[in-house]
Design a protein around this ligand. Structure first.
Ligand code: NAP
Length: 344
């Protein structure tokens, strides 16, 4: 079980994508599994998260953290791993841990003992919950909607990418807060899930409907909060219908990640006319309140008021093809790669 005769596979960035991510932009490379030394642990990845921001990190643009360099292991938004060897006090083989910045798109990695955060093993909660609703996508929805959106009962909340990992949770929190909730998604199955299972008021299929017309029908009193995940034409439709003093938490702009040449919203003027608050945010801006979000989300899950889906793709070799699902809309809920089995 030492590193010298076992192989680690890791996806490394081979070249920066032009437009959509292609398999050939990444290279699956092998190296010897590293051996932990003083105070290090060797962890085997079980799951890693695939996120729209992987595409941002592949680009050499000014962004919220350093881009992934050519030749580096692809960064993951999060991972869950099991400790195989430990030279660190208090950490034992078999412990389930978060990969943090040490994980990435790879099968094995070393991390310093003092950086280890153990993942709780909770009866009835799959481990993937800690990469999704109780990882960082749930808190993203929570802080964006509650701290920036500040919903009041009776207000109208519109959410784009509404059946995704963040969007589906934002929709449900808005319902819990007593709002009229409208979700915008890319197919009828997602519309059905949002309405029939998550109980949101209206779901709009942006591929088959005129979004502005459908929003006008679904929001007869205008829009108070637009939870922005996509940008582009959907942002313009929402901006058109915003009420005075409306709020737009800008969580993501996925329609632009493959091409930043978009000239920006045509209805920018409504930020002035309607005195809107438009605020970009990262979930990490709210780390100081992370526990609060986990407590509330955990409570709502246990009460059956929040449901969530995970979309698990098996096999590290499938990661580049799988990440594209985020851009074609083939995922529902949190997209995750499974690289090895959970310990029994
Ligand atoms: N600020 C933060 O801290 C933070 C943290 C996590 C995520 N985010 C952002 O939140 C957004 C959602 O992320 P997620 O992880 O929850 O992913 P997700 O919603 O589970 O997956 C992305 C979804 O976006 C939709 N989409 C893709 N391209 C689109 C386009 N051109 N126009 C409209 N919709 C499109 C697709 O759904 P359809 O089938 O509905 O098209 C797809 O399923 C992303 O913009 C992401 O960057 C931000």
């Amino acid at each position: 079980m030492k590193g010298s005769n076992r192989i680690n596979r890791a996806w490394r960035l081979g070249k920066r994508p032009q437009g959509e991510i292609k398999d050939s932009d990444l290279e699956l490379k092998e190296n010897e599994i590293p051996i932990p030394t003083n105070n290090q642990v060797l962890a085997r990845t079980i799951y890693f998260s695939l996120d729209p921001t992987n595409r941002i990190w592949m680009s050499d643009i000014d962004q919220y953290m350093e881009p992934v360099e050519i030749g580096d292991v692809m960064r993951a938004g999060g991972s869950i791993a099991v400790v195989e060897e430990s030279k660190a006090p208090g950490i034992e083989p078999g412990d389930i841990v978060q990969g943090g910045m040490y994980g990435g798109w790879q099968e094995y990695f070393l991390m310093p003992g003092e950086e280890v955060i153990k993942v709780p093993v909770v009866e009835g909660l799959p481990l993937t919950t800690f990469l999704s609703v109780l990882g960082f996508t749930g808190p993203t929805a929570y802080f964006g909607l509650l701290d920036i959106g500040k919903p009041k009962a009776g207000e109208t909340v519109v959410v784009s990418a509404a059946a995704g990992a963040v969007g589906s949770i934002a929709c449900q929190i808005a319902k819990i807060k007593g709002c009229n909730v409208v979700g915008i998604v890319g197919n009828d199955e997602k519309c059905h899930w949002l309405k029939a299972d998550l109980g949101i008021d209206t779901a709009i299929n942006y591929r088959t409907e005129n979004v502005l017309d459908s929003l006008k029908k679904a929001c007869p009193n205008g829009i108070d909060i637009y939870f922005e995940n996509v940008g582009g034409d959907i942002l313009d439709a929402a901006l058109t219908l915003m009420n005075n003093y409306g709020r737009i938490p800008v969580c993501g702009l996925i329609s632009m990640y493959n091409n930043w040449d978009n000239p920006g919203p045509k209805m920018f003027r409504n930020i002035l006319m309607k005195r809107l608050t438009v605020q970009g945010f990262l979930v990490s801006d709210f780390l100081h309140k992370y526990e609060e979000s986990i407590e509330d989300l955990g409570k709502w899950i246990s009460e059956g008021r929040i449901q969530f889906k995970v979309d698990v793709v098996k096999g590290i070799e499938n990661a580049p093809a799988a990440v594209s699902k985020l851009f074609t809309g083939e995922n529902t809920g949190k997209l995750i790669i499974q690289t090895s089995e959970e310990p029994k």
